[in-house]
Write a protein that binds this ligand. Structure first.
Ligand code: ATP
Length: 286
């Protein structure tokens, strides 16, 4: 291991100077004969917001599972903050795809959020316990969940549960934030609140955000680059470079029209089902 002359500098400064937050090289993922993606070279910098788009089954969630160390690559390498990734990586905050929690679940919100700190090294002294409590409270406040933090999770609505998952992902101050359609089931005001929180985490803590979504418009102003996966092919670039008729037509292998309407993207192509369109939702504000 290299020794650094500025050993007093925070740990994060050291790796951020050296490495991207996420690095994939010649990455391939196949399940049996089916290859989801191949030759994927991707660096995501600290503080960068990357949207991951693509139709159902194109391998977006699988990519997050690779980064989480839950799914080995078929070829190539993956690093998080300059080191090979592994299960239970405390540098990663993860907001999973929305699933309703068991109606009988008696765990409470503040316990769920506290679990987000369990991969971290906490002492058992009073001061550490109080710091831990303070962090959990702060995360609950940030998502507006203080009022129901002591209610059993099984009694909460899908949107309330989702806000707690966001707090759980943020509480450990992660270097990489993996978000799998985190806005589903949230109303417009909480979509905005959660998007803002995620962007804030990227800006203040220099966390890299990888944000899987079918709906780019709610996050379009926050997005630095897009990774668009379709049927084994992909494109990486700024929203303007990727989200245009020529690029998406080539990627889908069929005519796709992309238009900007009032600052939002509308994507229309004959092969799309509704899940693949970046719809303009009524009542959504810019
Ligand atoms: N462990 C596995 N073994 C075999 N096939 C798998 C496995 N995990 C996922 N798949 C398949 O790989 C494909 C990609 O799945 P993935 O969940 O990554 O897609 P996605 O792009 O996130 O889709 P969606 O938009 O529907 O969430 C799917 O066809 C899925 O059935």
């Amino acid at each position: 291991m290299t020794t650094h002359p500025t050993s007093a500098a925070p740990r994060t400064e050291t790796w951020q100077q050296r490495s991207p937050a996420v690095r994939l090289r010649r990455a391939r993922l196949s399940y049996g004969p089916r290859t989801l993606w191949d030759g994927l070279d991707l660096d995501v910098d600290p503080g960068e917001f990357l949207a991951i788009l693509g139709p159902n089954g194109s391998g977006k969630t699988s990519l997050l599972r690779v980064l989480l160390g839950l799914q080995p690559l078929s070829a190539g390498t993956v690093e998080i903050a300059g080191a090979p990734t592994h299960r239970g990586n405390s540098r990663i905050g993860y907001i999973p795809q929305q699933r309703a929690l068991e109606a009988t679940l008696t765990l409470r919100g503040n316990d769920l959020v506290g679990l987000g700190l369990d991969g971290h090294h906490w002492g058992i002294g009073l001061r550490q316990r109080s710091e831990r409590r303070h962090r959990v409270q702060r995360a609950l406040r940030a998502v507006g969940a203080t009022g129901y933090a002591k209610t059993p999770l099984g009694l909460l609505s899908g949107g309330e549960q989702q806000r707690l998952r966001v707090a759980q992902a943020l509480v450990g101050d992660p270097d990489v934030l993996l978000c799998d359609e985190p806005l589903l089931s949230l109303d417009i005001s909480h979509q905005r609140r959660v998007s803002r929180l995620i962007a804030q985490q990227a800006a203040e803590s220099q966390a890299a955000v990888l944000f899987v979504t079918h709906e780019i418009n709610p996050v379009l102003p926050l997005v630095d680059r897009v990774l668009y996966l379709v049927d084994g092919r992909f494109r990486i670039g700024t929203p303007d470079e990727v989200m245009n008729s020529a690029t998406l037509s080539e990627l889908y292998g069929t005519d796709v029209e992309v238009a900007r309407v009032g600052g939002r993207l509308v994507v229309a192509g004959t092969e799309f089902d509704s899940g693949h369109e970046h719809h303009v939702h009524e009542g959504e504000q810019a």
